[in-house]
Every structure is written in C-alpha cells, then in structure tokens.
Design a protein around this ligand. Structure first.
Ligand SMILES: Cc1cc2nc3c(=O)[nH]c(=O)nc-3n(C[C@H](O)[C@H](O)[C@H](O)COP(=O)(O)O)c2cc1C
Length: 345
C-alpha cells in the first residue's frame, strides 16, 4: 500500500479521475469472478473489480434475475467496479451500456479478448481486433455518450502475423479509452505458449493511459517481475487466483499453513451461501474447492465426501475433521480459532 508521510493512502494510478489504490487486480473470469469470490479477493488486496463479461444483447431486453443480469450484481462498497460487456455492433454496445448506468458502474469495459469461437467468430471479443473501424466507432460513441470512463481489455491480436495491439491501443486512446488491460497472447494462442510481456511493455511505452498487464502471473514474485519488466501500472491475475485469493496479499500458496487455506475456504463458502443460498452456494463452491486443495495431499475419500455432499452443515463437519487431521499429522501451526468452520452456519 502506498502512503504519504501523513499516513494517508495514495492511489497507484487513476482511470480518468478515479483513483485506484493498489497494483494487483483480479481478472474477469466467467464462472469464477462472481460477487462472493470478488469479496474474498478484495479482502486480500485486489484493487479493482471486473464483472464476468456480459453479452450486450442480454442487456437490451427486459431486466430479470437471469444469469447475465446477475453478473452485474456487486456489493454496495465494491469500488472501482468495472462492468465488462461484449458485442459486435457499436450502437448496441452503447445502448446496453446506457441501459446499465442506473446500476452505477464506475467504469464500462469492452471485452476485446475473448477467443472462444461463439464470441470471436461473430466479431465480438477478440474478433473486434481485426476491425479497427469498429473499435474506433465503439470507443468514440461510448466516450462521448457515457458519464463514466470507458476502458478495454485486449489481446495481442488475432494470430502471430496480425499482432495489431499497438494500432488498436492507439485507436482506443484517440477515441477516449481511459485504460487498457492487455493479455499477452493472440486469439489463436488461446492460453498456449508464454504470454508476451515485451508486448505489454511496448504498449505501455506507446500510449498515455494506464496499462494493466495480464498473462502468466502465478506467484507474488511474478507480480513484481511483470511490473519491473513492463512498467505496467497494475498486474491482473486470473487462473493463479482461483483457489488462491491470498496471491493478492502477495502470499505464496505453497508456503501457507493449511489452516490459512481452510480459513479462506470457510470465508469463501460463507460468501457463496450468503449470495446463492443453500445448497446452490455449496454446489457452486465445489469447483473452487478442488483448486484450493490442489497440491495438498488430502485423503481422497475426504475430498470426495466434500465434493459429494450438498449439506452445508455436513460439509463443515468434514472440514473440521480435516483440520484435526492436519493437526494430528503435525503439519499445522496456526489454529483456525474464530474462523472455525462450525461458525459458518
Ligand atoms: C475460466 C476463465 C474465464 C474467463 N472469462 C473472462 C471474461 O469474462 N472476460 C475477460 O476479459 N477475460 C476472461 N478470461 C481471461 C482472463 O481474464 C485472463 O485474461 C486470462 O486468464 C489470462 O490471465 P492469467 O494467465 O492470469 O490466467 C477468462 C479466463 C478463464 C480461465
């Protein structure tokens, strides 16, 4: 945390006039970065939050509690809150953005990075990158008509021969973009190969707005390395944050005592139950649980019991036994104390 001499928190950077008080940010991840998980990541230090991406078409019709509108839920004190939307038509993107303004996003972000065929194949997501005129029209319209900053999340380009991130970055900024997040891979790469941090550095040099670097940050050391190597204003962490929210506190998962992982599991489950209800919260928590315990040698039978029950109380009782199991094997140092699983329910 950056402080001045009087002990006042200082922003790391601004998105237009919005201050951001940190340099690590949870990546938008459909199916993962929902309200409960963002609450945890924020508690551990993530400085700015994106919703999961939402197709603009879903936001043009009648409002309902369907899965897309739910993606725009947020906690009242969750700031800066970025609503991420995607589409292939500038006017529709504008109308969708205007339609969600009453939910008070701090920022509207255009997804220009999604590589799935359904999205990029129709010219949305990273499918916008081969269409500079669409990028120009979209940012121009949004920046002129929206009262909040407009940002974009891009990749390097479509493939190795069409890495036009510098051109697209310039167009975005000339048309009012207030920040760019860049994942250092092409559409064709999806998640293969290494993310290109040189490209992130080149974009930072080329444009005057803050740059968030993204791709292959898996440890606290990587955070510092990416910042030093690219000069980016903040580091965005995706896959390595799943089952590992303490990465935002710059803590190494491998070095955490098991009690701390259990504590994060308990907090996360509590948030899931509060948001989704019982047993939906528990059922949706299963995929997170697998990631939390990944790499820890837990008895397979215990893990299976946890993954199979849809009774939150039973889940917590099994968690308690896991804690005891760890204590008995002498692998434990810190008691869970007041974050005891039984206090969850
Ligand atoms: C399961 C999953 C869902 C994702 N959903 C989104 C999304 O909704 N919006 C977006 O801009 N990127 C999305 N991404 C991409 C991530 O934000 C990030 O760019 C990518 O995972 C690379 O970062 P990492 O190496 O830190 O994981 C998703 C990635 C994953 C793995």
């Amino acid at each position: 945390m950056q402080m001045n001499t009087a002990g006042k928190m200082l922003p790391y950077f601004h998105v237009a006039s919005l201050p951001v008080y940190g340099d690590v940010i949870l990546a938008p991840m459909a199916g993962y970065s929902d309200v409960p998980y963002r609450a945890l990541c924020r508690a551990y230090g993530s400085a700015m939050h994106y919703t999961e991406f939402v197709p603009v078409e879903a936001l043009l019709g009648r409002r309902s509690r369907n899965r897309f509108w739910m993606r725009l839920d947020r906690q009242p004190d969750e700031h800066p809150m970025v609503f991420q939307i995607f589409g292939d038509d500038a006017q529709k993107i504008l109308r969708a953005a205007q339609n969600v303004l009453d939910l008070e996003p701090d920022i509207i972000d255009i997804n220009m990075g999604c590589s799935t065929r359904q999205v990029s194949g129709r010219g949305a997501g990273v499918g916008m990158m081969p269409q500079p005129e669409l990028v120009c029209e979209t940012f121009n319209l949004l920046a002129r008509h929206l009262p909040v900053p407009v940002t974009g999340k891009i990749r390097l380009g479509w493939d190795a021969t069409q890495q036009n991130f510098l051109e697209i970055g310039q167009i975005m900024v000339e048309n009012g973009a207030a920040l760019i997040a860049i994942h250092g891979r092409t559409k064709v790469q999806k998640y293969d190969g290494r993310a290109n941090w040189d490209a992130i550095a080149a974009l930072k040099q080329a444009v005057p707005v803050p740059i968030i670097g993204n791709g292959d940050v898996t440890t606290p050391a990587d955070i510092e390395h990416m910042k030093a190597y690219t000069g980016c204003d903040a580091v965005m962490i995706g896959r390595a944050a799943i089952g590992n929210p303490r990465i935002f506190a710059r803590q190494e998962k491998e070095k955490l005592p098991f009690s701390e992982i259990l504590a994060a599991i308990c907090l996360h489950l509590r948030e899931m139950l509060a948001y989704y209800g019982d047993p939906q919260g528990l059922i949706r928590f299963r995929k997170h649980l697998k990631q939390y315990v990944d790499g820890r040698c837990l008895p397979e039978a215990t893990l299976n019991q946890l993954l199979q029950t849809d009774d939150a109380r039973r889940f917590c009782r099994i968690l308690l036994d896991m804690r005891d199991w760890k204590v008995e094997t002498g692998d434990e140092t810190t008691p869970i104390s007041n974050r005891h699983p039984s206090s969850l329910l």
